[in-house]
Design a protein around this ligand. Structure first.
Ligand SMILES: [Mg+2]
Length: 215
C-alpha cells in the first residue's frame, strides 16, 4: 500500500491573505445585504459551508456560491504574484518521486481549491479521486471522513496549518504534520499534539525524510 499524504490548501500550500474572504463577503453582501459579514470570523481551519452557514441563519444559499467562485477566480487572475509557500514545490516533487499518493483535504469547495491552486501550477499535482473538499461536509471532520473512505485503510498523513487540521487527522487515524505558515499562532499549534510541527517547508529534505521514514 503506497503512502498517502493529504494537504490542506490555505496557509499550507499557498497563502493569499484576504482573497477568499473578500470574494465570499462580496457574494454574501450581494445575496443577503449583510456588510462585512465575516469581519470577525477566523478562517483558520474553516470550511466554506461552515462560514456561510454562520451568516445564512437558515436562509437558502441562493447564488452565493456562483458569485463567490466568480469573484474568487477574478481575484486570483488579478493577483500580481501567486506562488506556492516556501519549499512546497520541492516537497511535492520528492514525495511524488517516492511513489506516494498526493491528495487534498480542504474546507474549500472543489472549484475554489482549483481556482487557488491552478495559477501557481499546483492543482494538477493532486489526485482528485483520493481528495476531499468543502463539498463533502460542513465540518472538517466530515470532510476528513470522506477523504479516509476514498484513500482506503492504509497509512495516511495529513499536512495542515491549523488546529482543525490536527483534529480532523486524529478523527480518521492519520498522522499529522503542522506547518506554521498560516494565520494561527504557533503557541496554539503547539497545543495540538501534532506528530511534528515545522515553521515552513524550506528545510525540504528534513521534512521529507521525516514524512517518508515512518509508516
Ligand atoms: Mg489552512
Amino acid at each position: 500500500m503506497p503512502r498517502t499524504f493529504l494537504f490542506d490548501v490555505d496557509g499550507t500550500l499557498v497563502f493569499y491573505p484576504g482573497i477568499g474572504r473578500r470574494a465570499l463577503e462580496r457574494a454574501i453582501f450581494e445575496e443577503w445585504g449583510t456588510p462585512d459579514a465575516l469581519a470577525r470570523t477566523s478562517f483558520a481551519g474553516a470550511t466554506d459551508h461552515g462560514l456561510v452557514a454562520g451568516v445564512a441563519e437558515g436562509r437558502p444559499p441562493g447564488d452565493v456560491w456562483e458569485r463567490y467562485v466568480r469573484y474568487l477566480e477574478a481575484d486570483m487572475e488579478a493577483l500580481p504574484d501567486a506562488t506556492p509557500l516556501p519549499g512546497v514545490n520541492a516537497l511535492l516533487d520528492r514525495l511524488a518521486a517516492s511513489g506516494a499518493r498526493l491528495g487534498l483535504l480542504t474546507g474549500n469547495l472543489r472549484v475554489g481549491a482549483r481556482a487557488k491552486l491552478g495559477r501557481p501550477g499546483l492543482w494538477a499535482r493532486f489526485d482528485p479521486s483520493i481528495s476531499a473538499f468543502g463539498d463533502d461536509g460542513m465540518q472538517r471532520v466530515q470532510i476528513a471522513e470522506a477523504a479516509r473512505a476514498r484513500c482506503g485503510a492504509g497509512p495516511l498523513t495529513v499536512i495542515g496549518d491549523a488546529s482543525a487540521d490536527a483534529v480532523a487527522a486524529r478523527h480518521i487515524g492519520a498522522r499529522v504534520l503542522l506547518v506554521n505558515t498560516g494565520p494561527q499562532e504557533r503557541h496554539e499549534l503547539e497545543q495540538c499534539a501534532a506528530d511534528r510541527l515545522v515553521e515552513d517547508f524550506s528545510a525540504t529534505d528534513d521534512v521529507c525524510d521525516w514524512l517518508l521514514s515512518r509508516p
